[in-house]
Design a protein around this ligand. Structure first.
Ligand SMILES: Cc1ncc(COP(=O)(O)O)c(C=O)c1O
Length: 381
């Protein structure tokens, strides 16, 4: 599974789900919930609450926007792919004042673009953006710089980190991110079904003052149930909570969070090197290249879907196509979750052979060796 989530999960995460149900208003549940809360805070590097919602990443984005964005707010959304577009659409549901900053394909937001946009739109009070747009394989290479500008201007921030949290270090409190979102099925290597959303105190206060919050996804209900009872306000997806708790245990206590992130970094470096050697061309400019999703141009005259088909049928490796308007125009390889040298080497070898099968010359051995060189110097174990 080399698609950008869901990804392959550890056997112990699968085993964690082979359990009878427990009462979500019981002591057993609360014990698990406290562990999950504590582990989630460590992953987000925050002292604030991290809410565990029974929904996919989009539900987490909806939770963020529906609670934070009010009808008089003016929201700035840098758009550099499908997920920026979706975020802008979600914000437009709650306010008419959404400013989209369109960024050319292959790039992502950076501090200069953001500063200019904020200078031109002085009344903006919320900035919302994907840190890593999965549809275009682009990352905001200077999140620190972007967040510095947001802090200076005092704007609220919503960061969609669905396809990157855990694959990059995101110190939510140090950077001053108000609301940060991820999903269980990406870099946290659990099955899909839970969105995790952190909320700063000032973002919570803004939400609390909002006249109309959503009924089901009301942050004040989540806070009350989490703080007073270590429960969720409604029935949660208990089985996936078991799985996520086990996956976070492995990440934090067995592998170590720093090492988990460095595996993503080394894996990305190896994949980019190997792909370069195969002669594949990238959709993205070098400084905006995502470490978790690699967007590639199909080779001269070859259909991206053909590449995917051969990879799947001959080598049992799933890679992704282009999303929405990018369908057929690119293919994507993810570096998400349980990163291992073996998975990367198998993928590079299979892609090289696939290209050869489809009549494109690619030196498989050279590509595989270039990955191994990266592993020799960079692999964190
Ligand atoms: C950046 C980003 N945001 C949001 C989502 C939506 O997540 P989901 O498909 O879990 O609803 C995704 C999914 O790939 C994503 O990559």
């Amino acid at each position: 599974m080399m698609i950008p989530g869901p990804t392959d999960v550890d056997q112990r995460v699968i085993d964690a789900m082979r359990r009878q149900m427990i009462d979500h208003r019981s002591g057993d549940f609360r014990v698990m919930m406290r562990e999950l809360e504590e582990r989630s805070r460590r992953i987000f590097q925050t002292e604030n609450d991290v809410y565990l919602l029974t929904c996919s990443g989009t539900g987490g984005v909806e939770f963020a926007v529906a609670n934070l964005v009010d009808k008089d707010d003016r929201v700035l959304v840098p758009v550099f792919g499908v997920f920026g577009e979706r975020l802008a659409e979600a914000c437009e549901f709650y306010t008419r004042n959404v400013v989209r900053v369109e960024i050319p394909l292959g790039r992502a937001a950076d501090p200069e673009v953001l500063k200019k946009a904020l200078d031109e739109n002085k009344d903006v009070n919320v900035v919302a953006f994907p840190y890593n747009d999965t549809s275009t394989g682009t990352i905001c290479h200077d999140l620190e710089g972007i967040m510095r500008i947001c802090r200076e201007r005092g704007v609220y921030t919503i960061v969609d980190a669905v396809s990157i949290l855990g694959g990059r270090d995101i110190p939510v409190d140090r950077l001053g991110i108000d609301v940060c979102i991820t999903g269980s099925q990406k870099c946290l290597a659990a099955p899909p079904g839970v969105a995790l959303v952190s909320f700063s105190e000032r973002a919570y206060e803004k939400a609390r003052r909002k006249e109309k919050r959503p009924h089901y996804l009301d942050v004040t209900k989540y806070r009350h149930f989490m703080r007073d009872r270590s429960e969720t306000p409604f029935t949660p997806v208990i089985t996936i909570f078991f799985a996520l708790n086990e996956s976070l245990r492995i990440i934090l206590e067995e592998v170590g969070f720093g090492k988990w992130v460095r595996r993503h970094e080394a894996g990305a470096e190896a994949l980019y090197k190997g792909l370069e050697r195969l002669g594949v061309s990238f959709m993205t400019e070098p400084r905006y290249r995502s470490p978790t999703v690699i967007a590639l141009n199909p080779q001269q005259g070859i259909d991206a879907e053909e590449i995917r088909r051969v990879m799947r049928e001959r080598f049992s490796i799933m890679i992704a196509g282009g999303l929405a308007k990018f369908r057929g125009k690119m293919f994507r390889i993810a570096n998400i979750g349980n990163i291992s040298q073996q998975r990367i080497l198998l993928t590079i070898e299979a892609l090289g052979k696939t290209l050869n099968i489809l009549g494109v010359k690619a030196d498989v051995e050279e590509a595989v060796n270039s990955c191994k060189e990266v592993f020799a110097g960079r692999w964190p174990g």
